[in-house]
Ligand binder design. Structure first.
Ligand SMILES: Cc1cc2nc3c(=O)[nH]c(=O)nc-3n(C[C@H](O)[C@H](O)[C@H](O)COP(=O)(O)OP(=O)(O)OC[C@H]3O[C@@H](n4cnc5c(N)ncnc54)[C@H](O)[C@@H]3O)c2cc1C
Length: 494
């Protein structure tokens, strides 16, 4: 007799490697600002999802800073139930098309994936690629998964800053029935997602669509409104029942070397904002804000921001783009995919070089950058091997533009206006408790303004924890969960 109760055997794609993703060829893409990877088709996403073995331990879920049930959404994609999969992701992450593109999956969910066995030539599941597919599928099929909005509570909330932290907090609080107003200093919402990450890595249309969805939920956006200048924080916290600060880490660090004030030296933020947000490369016919006509450029640093700057510069068609970094490839903090794309596009990597001076061309502009060659010594406090100068080894790079991309800290505008708000003395970041509450009872904070420069998904995770705590605060006066309730604390605060 046959046993009809037996579960059907799960179909698994036993391929050791991820289903490849088509992308624009390097020589084509450096001539345009269009997106580089082209995304999966339905069939490719289905095949990739079938590589998930649905292991017992599911380490990917813990590896995701917002705890998406990854095996569950992959299973639904494996059944070609794309809408169901999207709903599953959206339980935890309302920006899958964005996170699928920019999250450092190789350090998070994919790193801990049971399949990930590089020594055996086996790649992890392509979780980010399938997530991106689902976000794009929703857009292509005009599929709006509108969250349910709770009945109005009569409470008002101000969100300061419209980056991923602010947007997440705004969306969650609107869903809980509060009246939410977002104040943004710039003329477009989205934070780094809009002004920093270039179009060829994250098309702005995706962000615009997500933000339009939030407007439909009743969230009001007030642009060109730098809180601290347009209106003091003190006034905002009197006007609203609760406030969330998500103002990010937009203040660039400089090297502190001679020549940094010469014409032609940009911070990465300024350079990317001029090109991405203001469209400076179309000046004067298509944009009001210019960006210098570049012949030879050096980008200093090796994080995502540096890769974005170098690859953006490449699309402005200069003769050469140098990337200068004082450690080795192993220590480069950028996502592997960004490094790989930069190399493919012909960025000239100069590792183990540390800038010591920017040299004047005799007319007050950049003529060259002088670098000290380095070697690696013992690990320093960051755990990475310390770069040490090699005596007598100095090298000049003839350039007319230098972009400095060595990190950034919190913008002091808001805290300068409100010195009583507790901050970390050394880092300038806002200090919060486990429930994202600052030293002011009705003011909460999250994202890069708390952690210092981090990642999109961490900022979103903090926005979510803060929204939960703010909701409790608004409804009960206490941001902590009651004894019989569960509640997350802010992830990775250091
Ligand atoms: C070029 C670049 C590339 C990056 N690439 C990646 C990547 O690939 N993957 C990844 O995970 N992370 C990446 N990051 C990091 C990531 O973007 C940030 O960690 C994340 O955006 C932080 O979110 P946030 O909401 O805290 O702040 P932000 O995104 O910085 O947003 C803060 C917003 O607040 C506004 N604001 C500031 N002060 C005020 C004020 N006083 N009043 C009103 N508004 C104010 C700002 O204008 C801004 O819009 C990148 C960062 C940069 C700069």
């Amino acid at each position: 007799m046959t046993d009809n109760t037996k579960k059907p055997k799960k179909v698994i794609n036993k391929s050791k490697t991820k289903v490849p993703m088509r992308e624009q060829a390097p020589m084509d893409r450096i001539m345009n600002f269009e997106e580089v990877p082209l995304g999966y088709t339905e069939d490719e996403a289905h095949q990739e999802a079938l590589r998930c073995i649905d292991c017992k331990t599911k380490p990917c879920v813990a590896g995701c800073p917002v705890g998406i049930d990854i095996p569950a959404f992959l299973k639904l994609v494996g059944e070609k139930n794309f809408e169901g999969a999207l709903r599953k992701i959206k339980e935890k992450n309302f920006l899958p098309a964005i996170c699928g593109r920019v999250c450092p999956q190789e350090d998070q969910c994919e790193m801990v994936c049971t399949l990930n066995k590089p020594d055996k030539g086996r790649e992890p599941g392509g979780i980010g690629r399938v997530e991106r597919f689902l976000g794009d599928y929703a857009m292509e099929h005009n599929l709006t998964i509108t969250p349910e909005i709770a009945p109005a509570t009569g409470k008002t909330v101000a969100i300061i800053g419209s980056g991923p932290a602010g947007l997440t907090a705004a969306s969650d609080l609107a869903q809980k029935g509060h009246k939410v107003t977002v104040f943004e200093a710039l003329h477009k919402p989205g934070g780094v997602l809009f002004y920093g990450i270039p179009q060829f890595r994250m098309p702005k249309e995706i962000l615009i669509r997500e933000i339009d969805g939030m407007k439909d939920m009743g969230v009001e956006f007030v642009m060109n409104y730098p809180v601290g200048k347009a209106e003091p924080l003190d006034s905002i916290r009197q006007r609203f029942d609760a406030v969330f600060i998500g103002t990010g880490a937009g203040l660039p660090w400089f090297l502190g070397i001679p020549g940094e004030n010469l014409n032609g030296v940009y911070s990465a933020n300024e350079f990317l904002t001029r090109v991405n947000l203001m469209g400076g490369y179309k000046f004067p016919d298509g944009a009001d804000t210019p960006v210098k006509k570049i012949k030879r450029i050096a980008v200093i640093g090796a994080g995502n921001t540096a890769m974005d700057s170098a690859r953006t510069a490449k699309r402005l068609q200069p003769e050469v783009v140098y990337l200068v970094y004082r450690r080795s490839r192993l220590e480069m903090p950028a996502r592997i995919e960004e490094i790989h794309h930069a190399e493919q596009e012909g960025i000239d990597f100069n590792l183990l070089h540390s800038p010591i001076e920017i040299i004047d061309d005799g007319k007050g502009a950049v003529g060259a950058i002088r670098c000290q060659e380095m070697e690696l010594g013992e690990p320093d406090d960051s755990g990475r091997r310390r770069p040490i100068p090699i005596e007598g080894k100095i090298r000049d790079f003839a350039v007319d533009t230098v972009v400095i991309s060595i990190g950034q800290g919190p913008n002091p505008l808001l805290s300068a206006d409100c010195p009583e708000l507790a901050r970390d003395e050394r880092r300038g970041t806002i200090v919060i408790n486990d429930y994202a509450q600052t030293s002011f009872e009705n003011v909460f904070a999250g994202g890069d303004i708390v952690t210092g420069g981090a990642t999109v998904i961490l900022a979103m995770g903090q926005g979510r924890v803060a929204a939960d705590a703010m909701h409790r605060y608004l409804m009960t006066g206490d941001p902590a969960p009651a004894d019989n309730e569960s509640g997350d604390v802010c992830p990775n605060l250091t």
